[in-house]
Design a protein around this ligand. Structure first.
Ligand code: HEM
Length: 366
């Protein structure tokens, strides 16, 4: 006989609803405030689980050696679900704010030194998105990864958590997949491997920087209309912006061996952003926008979490041993997809971008 599933069987509700017993695994000992605290954290971890699945799907599609145009909407679809999850997460933190500082203090000692600091799924997310280990915020030697590694030696559950993070570290990241894909962007009709591609890329970068420098007078004149603006300071700021643009596009910050690759990645990104109205670039620019939106939501979540924490525990140290709010604010300043943000600083108005060498290639019929 075919088994007819019930709602509770399908969702394993008997097990799910029996997991809120806290430290002593006894729900009778858990206050309504603590139950709320546990439920919200569990709900988040379930969302993180889904986000990880979506992220791996997006990454697999994007990291392929060739990404057909019709595949990009699928990548966007997976990533959009993740940013909607974080968007929801921002609102979900409002529920936590119904906890008054003293309500929280009533059970805080029970759970210390446990902390979201030990959320191995959050670490997996950061790693798989592509957070560079050098950008991780480490305060006074308190490294979240080192902590997970130490906890991994203490119990089977800890070991499992650490193994998951380790496994994620061995995987290709979304950032790497995205950079490889950006590297293949046809620039002025030329692709990597085409004869003279490097000259085309360099030529595009030079033409762009030339156009940027051509806006110097317009920029300084605009700044001088600011009441009280100092002409020398304005001049220096505009010049500094131009020099940053050159360093970025020539990839002077990249190690020598990676410079040509990084230069093409950034030129590809700049090309997509600069000619985003072209039909062939419609999905590429949507993908770039979606990644920016995803990181924006993650950063907003971090900022929202920090403000919620400030409201509930003030500036005291966290149960995980960090400085608390200062640490959380520092994590909100980190950018995983830094190039996607930096390029925005140097974009030019449409009327001055260098002319397209081959408009028909990008589906533009003049
Ligand atoms: C009263 C509620 C909360 C307080 C007071 C709080 C406090 C803190 C503090 C102080 C930290 C920094 C690490 C430490 O020293 O402990 C932290 C980290 C963290 N919390 Fe919360 N938190 C709360 C609720 C939540 C919720 C609902 C989530 C949802 C999953 C969450 C997720 C995290 C994560 C993922 C981190 C690590 C952030 C990072 O290192 O990048 N927290 N929390």
């Amino acid at each position: 006989m075919t088994r007819v599933p019930t709602y509770w069987d399908y969702l394993k509700l008997d097990r799910l609803l029996d997991l809120q017993g806290g430290v002593d695994d006894d729900e009778a000992e858990v206050s309504a405030d603590e139950l709320h605290f546990i439920v919200v954290h569990q709900a988040f971890e379930l969302w993180f689980k889904l986000a990880l699945r979506e992220l791996r799907l997006a990454r697999d599609l994007l990291a392929a050696p060739h990404v057909a145009e019709e595949v990009i909407p699928h990548v966007v679809h997976h990533l959009a679900r993740i940013h909607r999850i974080f968007h929801l997460g921002v609102d979900q933190l409002a529920v936590v704010e119904t906890l008054t500082p003293q309500d929280f203090l009533a059970f805080r000692d029970k759970l210390a030194p446990a902390s979201g600091f030990q959320s191995f799924q959050m670490r997996e997310l950061e790693v798989l998105l592509g957070l560079d280990a050098r950008d991780r915020v480490v305060e006074g030697g308190l490294d979240p990864m080192g902590m997970l590694e130490r906890l991994g030696r203490g119990s089977p559950a800890g070991q499992l958590a650490w193994e998951r993070v380790q496994a994620a570290r061995a995987e290709t990241t979304l950032r790497d997949g995205l950079r490889r894909w950006l590297h293949r962007t046809p620039i002025q009709g030329s692709s990597p491997g085409d004869p003279g591609d490097d000259e085309v890329v360099r030529g595009f970068i030079e033409a762009y920087l030339h156009a940027l420098e051509g806006t110097h007078g317009r920029e300084t004149a605009r700044l001088q209309t600011v009441p009280g603006a100092d002409a020398a300071t304005s001049e220096a700021r505009v010049a500094q912006g131009e020099s940053l643009a050159r360093q970025f596009l020539e990839a002077r910050d990249a190690p020598e061996a990676e410079r040509a690759f990084t230069r093409r990645v950034r030129a590809g990104l700049l090309f997509i952003e600069s000619y985003r109205q072209l039909p062939l670039l419609a999905w590429p620019r949507t993908l770039v926008d979606t990644v920016v939106e995803l990181e924006e939501q993650l950063v907003l979540w971090r900022g929202r979490h920090a403000r919620m924490v400030e409201r509930v525990i003030g500036r005291r140290i966290g149960t995980g041993g960090s400085s608390g709010v200062d640490y959380l604010d520092a994590t909100a300043r980190v950018r995983i997809f830094g190039e996607l943000w930096t390029v925005r600083t140097i974009l030019l108005p449409r009327d001055v971008v260098p002319p397209l060498a081959d408009p028909a290639f990008y589906g533009f019929r003049a």
